[in-house]
Design a protein around this ligand. Structure first.
Ligand SMILES: [Zn+2]
Length: 146
């Protein structure tokens, strides 16, 4: 049997997510369908990926805000080869500017690679990934006229 885009074959050989004390909150929020951004408790700077200290003021205290999910495509690539059993191909991966100001890398779903364009509006949704992890994905905005 050949693993194709619609394959339901088990995704084996995929390295597990690296969950740490610093990023645990982010993965837990994603499981619940929320995209959270870490915010410095001292200077309110937002940062991603999560880390222990603010890169602006070195403060170790932080909280989070919930991202709106609205974003624009900053850059992208389409991967055809080599294939990893964790993904479907061709695999479009986007780097987006969240409207809150941080960036995120995620798989792009429901947009053919030939229709991708820098600056196009996208939004965050969530989907199941290898090992049952729920992670952000990018898609065209749904339900509004932007
Ligand atoms: Zn700070």
């Amino acid at each position: 049997m050949t693993a194709g885009p619609q394959s339901t074959a088990p995704r084996t050989g995929v390295p597990p997510l690296i969950i740490t004390e610093d990023n645990h909150f982010w993965f837990e929020a994603a499981k619940a369908g929320r995209l959270e951004i870490q915010r410095c408790a001292a200077c309110a700077a937002l940062r991603h990926p999560p880390g222990p200290a603010c890169p602006q003021c070195r403060c170790l205290d932080w909280d989070t805000i919930q991202a709106s999910g609205r974003c624009t495509l900053h850059s992208y690539t389409t991967i055809y080869h080599p294939k990893d059993s964790a993904f479907d191909y061709p695999l479009a991966v986007g780097l987006v500017d969240l409207e809150e100001g941080t960036r995120l890398v995620a798989d792009i779903i429901d947009v053919p690679p030939t229709e991708l364009a820098i600056g196009m509006p996208l939004e965050i949704t969530f989907g199941e990934h290898a090992h049952g992890a729920i992670l952000p994905q990018l898609r065209r905005p749904q339900g509004d006229s932007r």
